[in-house]
Structure formats: structure tokens, C-alpha cells
Design a protein around this ligand. Structure first.
Ligand SMILES: [Zn+2]
Length: 265
């Protein structure tokens, strides 16, 4: 199976925190309910940011939930354990390239081929790249002015009650305050026209679902409600990228993806 690159679609915009946002800085952990108190920060500027992997992982999980029944993903069927034996975490990943190409989730978000005794599944690298999202300059200014005792963030006091002993387990969580805005950028590799519209419609679906879900930790307790605005969605052909000449197609939102199919014809 050949993979071609016929163009790029760059999607830029802003993620606005409608409630406090906590993206933990703790060690990579996939345990649900894992606790780490401080937020992830850029090591140079010390500003909190949203790792592209956090955004991408959440979009993927939301799309998987929305398409699970259609794709026959149930329980451990068509899912792989990416956790441990004690703490299993099942996610959908297609076992090889050909299956991934036919799968709307893996085509967009990628899959690692399953290798084992009887198979040599090849990877399907993600068509979608999600860059780290940094605070807007305006938000940096605003957050520098507020005095919380922390740089750019606030502490939120949480009191967890032990369900068995009823004892209180107070702790503090660092979070990015409500109102903060981050710049995001997604890059979609256009590999063929047949699947372009479906891919972008699914990306649109995942982003709409994210607005109705939450980003980062502690979503069930009100954290991580975000709004997402598009500022720039531009499609570039390979010819344009090579010569700097020709048309750049701009669309207002991902729901208009049908107009891009003819652009790449
Ligand atoms: Zn798949």
C-alpha cells in the first residue's frame, strides 16, 4: 500500500478555558484517578501549556467512543491493553496498516502495528499532528497580573472523602485559571481525496465532543471545560508548497470540508 502526500491542511485557533484546567506534570500515567498536584509547564518560560499529546489523546478517545458501535469495538474486542496486567487500559488500535487505512480512528490518529508470533503488523503513522498549545500573549499578561502566589496558575482546594472510612483527605491542585487562552495548531496530511472529507468530518466531530467533555484531569469535578475557536483553516497543495504559487484554499470551519475535496482534484 502506497502512502502519498498531496497536501497539508493547517488548522489554527484558540482553546479557551471556561473552567480551571489541570494537566498534570506528573510522570506519564494512564491510571484513571491518578493524582498529581502540579500542572505541566514549559521548562524555559515556566508558563503552563497543553501538550499536543493531551489534546490528541482526548480527541482520539472521544472519537473512539462515538464510533465504537459502528466499528464493532466493544469491551476487549478490537481493543489492545496499553496498561499493565494489574491496571488494564483498553484502547482501540488497528493491528496493521491495511486495517488502519480502512479505520476512521486509526487513519486520523495513527496505529502501531501489532507484532507477535504470527504477525508483523506495520505501523500506520498518524495523518493528524497536534502541536503543543501555548498561552496567548494576552493571557500571559493577564495571568502575570493576578496574584495567586503562583506563577500563571492558582491552587484549588479539594476535599476528597474516603468512601470507606469517611475521613477527609484534603489536598490542593494547581490549575490554570478560567479565562486563560491557548493557541492551538493541528496539521492534517492530505493523503488521498477519497477519505479527506470523512477524516475532517470526524475531526470536527471529535472537537465538538471535546467542547462538551473536558480536557485534562478532574473533568467530573468541573475542571477542563473548554471552548474552541477556529481562526485559520488553510489548505495547501504540494505544488503550492514547492513553488509558492497557486491558490491557497481557506475555509471557515471543518464542516465545510467538502469544498476541499474539489480543491485537491
Ligand atoms: Zn483502527
Amino acid at each position: 500500500m502506497e502512502r502519498n502526500l498531496i497536501g497539508k491542511i493547517i488548522i489554527q485557533g484558540k482553546i479557551k478555558c471556561l473552567s480551571g484546567l489541570h494537566i498534570g506534570a506528573g510522570k506519564e500515567t494512564i491510571e484513571i484517578g491518578a493524582i498529581d498536584a502540579s500542572v505541566v509547564r514549559d521548562p524555559i518560560t515556566k508558563e503552563p501549556y497543553i501538550p499536543g499529546s493531551s489534546i490528541k489523546g482526548k480527541l482520539r478517545a472521544l472519537l473512539e467512543k462515538a464510533l465504537a458501535i459502528n466499528l464493532g469495538i466493544m469491551g476487549t474486542t478490537k481493543r489492545r491493553n496499553i496498561g499493565s496486567g494489574v491496571n488494564p487500559v483498553y484502547v482501540h488500535v488497528c493491528p496493521d496498516l491495511e486495517e488502519a487505512y480502512r479505520c476512521p480512528i486509526c487513519r486520523l490518529f495513527g496505529s502501531t502495528g501489532e507484532r507477535g508470533r504470527d504477525r508483523e503488523g506495520r505501523n500506520f503513522p498518524s495523518r493528524l499532528m497536534v502541536r503543543d498549545a501555548y498561552l496567548t500573549e494576552e493571557s500571559v499578561r493577564e495571568l502575570l497580573e493576578i496574584d495567586t502566589g503562583l506563577q500563571f496558575t492558582e491552587w484549588k482546594f479539594e476535599n476528597a472523602i474516603d468512601r470507606v472510612t469517611s475521613s477527609a483527605n484534603p489536598r490542593q491542585l494547581e490549575r490554570v485559571p478560567r479565562g486563560a487562552e491557548f493557541k492551538f495548531e493541528l496539521v492534517y496530511n492530505v493523503e488521498d481525496k477519497d477519505t479527506l472529507q470523512e477524516d475532517l468530518a470526524n475531526l470536527n466531530l471529535a472537537i465538538e465532543l471535546l467542547k462538551l467533555d473536558s480536557l485534562g484531569g478532574h473533568g467530573s469535578r468541573g475542571y477542563g471545560k473548554v471552548d474552541i475557536f477556529y481562526e485559520n483553516i488553510k489548505a495547501y497543495s504540494i505544488d503550492y508548497l514547492r513553488t509558492g504559487q497557486g491558490e491557497v484554499k481557506e475555509i471557515g470551519n471543518l464542516a465545510e470540508s467538502s469544498t476541499l475535496v474539489s480543491f485537491f482534484n
